[in-house]
Design a protein around this ligand. Structure first.
Ligand code: BG6
Length: 507
């Protein structure tokens, strides 16, 4: 039986809005945002009153811009919008393209903002969303100018919203400075800080499954859970993003945002409602409860790694230092493993081990909840010497689902046990539509639902927890190597072995 949670109907088309895409020629717009807008249009979730306006410095006509997007989706991103010859329905695209236009302008030039104002005035609606799909160095520059030119002023009839992509700051201080710049020209209700992990169905499902099946709550605490592992393993390297990655590294790129979002979903207290304030309040609280390590503790509880040449899926891969736009003596980490503790009643004493890396053996984003062994005195005088640990594995991607690992008696006269799995794979139960993960986020922003966006305190709490690692690495930035195709350096194994634990196998 299908049950529908009526938080708010998500079947109505979003209200008429002018959506400005800053950084219109960038990868994000063509690879993800436009395919997502197309999918929303196909599903009837965007009305005809949506105007999409690209903003960037290169010259191109309105028609040229729309055609360029169409070509790209057709040739490079078809799998995100449909299956086989179902990809990109020309009629749906034509209806979307009717609203597409372009403003050529320098982000640092005030006249660009006058042109945007004129577009809003001509659009027939006062509603506007400014989506900053730009390099982060433009965030404050654009937002200040939007504020100064009056474009962020709302009226009772119309909203003005700003979407900020990651990375949101590069440490605690820069994140605080960015938040304070935003809050000088608009209110928190107008700010949509994106973390695309929250657009993933499987991430949203953690909350739904946890809080709609009462059995979970009975063991979801330090009495039954020994520790939690959160892994985001990638097989890709830095691709064309060497210059960005060189000064970002795995810790900043993945931990305070994506991995902490997963941690928050697992560890937060039940929110009083599935509304933005309640959910975001609980998430901010739990991320704020991550114990701030001293510099020495942060050093001892972290591993920095970098990949050297190796093989992934039987194909030879260069080392990180040989990648495009990467310094030959680069000291940037492409892998990080961390241990963090959450200081609250539910989780005291339960370590959370986090790891993420590029060029690992498989693509696998998963959360593994490891249970304490049952008291096993009753198995004395049998052939069972030791009980294997049992797990709940929540796989975010690519094989979305949940697997419970239980111990069961192997048939036969002797008492022997095996680990068996009870599983739920999304693909067996639901038809998964091709999607980019941005559909929900864009729709929610257009309809004013901030639940899946990060609040200022959540972002700052994340950086506060990460800052000791950054500080420790400033003093000692020793890198541990791992060959492409391996699952991180040996030191990451030792981080757990020291506590008598092992990483769950990937894949
Ligand atoms: C991005 C990071 O935010 O997330 C990338 O900048 C990373 O380096 C990507 O590859 C991972 O996202 P996903 O959805 O592929 O897990």
């Amino acid at each position: 039986m299908t049950q529908v949670i009526r938080r708010k109907s998500k079947t109505e088309p979003a209200p008429p809005t002018t959506l400005f895409l800053f950084g219109a020629h960038g990868d994000l717009v063509k690879r993800l945002l436009m395919p997502a807008l197309y999918n929303l249009k196909r599903d009837g979730l965007l009305g005809d009153g949506l105007r999409i306006i690209g903003v960037d410095h290169n010259a191109i006509s309105d028609e040229g811009f729309a055609n360029k997007l169409e070509d790209f989706i057709r040739n490079e991103a078809a799998a995100k919008v449909g299956k086989g010859d179902q990809a990109l329905d020309p009629q749906v695209w034509a209806r979307l393209a009717k609203g597409i236009s372009y403003v050529q302008g320098d982000f640092l030039d005030d006249s660009t903002y006058q042109a945007l104002g004129a577009k809003i005035a001509a659009s027939g609606t006062g509603n506007a969303v400014f989506y900053l799909a730009t390099a982060p160095r433009f965030f404050t520059e654009v937002v200040r100018r939007l504020g100064a030119s009056g474009l962020l002023a709302e009226s009772p009839e119309s909203f003005r919203r700003v979407v900020i992509e990651k990375p949101f700051g590069s440490d605690l201080q820069t994140a605080e400075a960015l938040n304070s710049c935003l809050l000088k020209v608009m209110t928190e209700k107008q700010i949509y800080r994106i973390d695309h992990y929250l657009g993933k169905e499987t991430v949203q499902n953690i909350l739904v499954s946890r809080f709609s099946n009462s059995l979970f709550e009975a063991f979801w605490n330090n009495h039954y859970i020994d520790h939690v592992q959160i892994t985001a393993a990638e097989t890709v390297g830095v691709e064309t993003r060497g210059s960005f990655y060189e000064h970002t590294g795995a810790l900043r790129d993945m931990v305070p945002n994506h991995l902490f979002q997963l941690l928050a979903m697992v560890a937060m207290e039940p929110p009083a409602a599935f509304g933005a304030d309640a959910v975001r309040g609980e998430k901010a609280k739990v991320v704020g409860a991550i114990r701030p390590w001293s510099i020495e503790e942060a050093r001892a509880n972290s591993v920095r790694g970098q990949y050297t040449a190796g093989e992934v899926d039987g194909k030879p891969m260069p080392g990180y230092r040989q990648e495009e736009k990467v310094a030959p003596d680069s000291n940037t980490e492409t892998y990080v493993a961390l241990k963090v503790m959450i200081d609250n009643w539910r989780w005291v004493g339960v370590p959370f081990y986090l790891r993420t890396g590029k060029r690992m053996s498989v693509r696998d984003t998963e959360i593994v909840i490891c249970f304490k062994p049952a008291p096993y005195a009753q198995f004395r005088d049998t052939e069972v010497d030791e009980l294997e640990p049992t797990y709940l594995r929540i796989q975010i991607q690519p094989n979305e689902g949940m697997w419970f690992d239980l111990l069961a008696k192997r048939p036969g006269q002797a008492l022997k046990m095996d680990n068996i799995e009870l599983g739920f794979a999304y693909k067996d139960f639901f038809e998964m539509q091709p999607s980019t993960g941005y559909e929900t986020l864009i729709y929610d922003c257009l309809t004013g639902d901030q639940t899946l966006f990060q609040r200022a305190d959540n972002i700052e709490n994340g950086w506060r927890a990460v800052q000791p690692f950054l500080d420790a690495w400033q003093q000692d930035s020793t890198l541990q190597n791992y060959a492409a195709g391996e699952n991180g350096p040996q030191a990451a194994e030792e981080l757990l072995a020291r506590d008598g634990r092992v990483w769950h196998g990937l894949g």
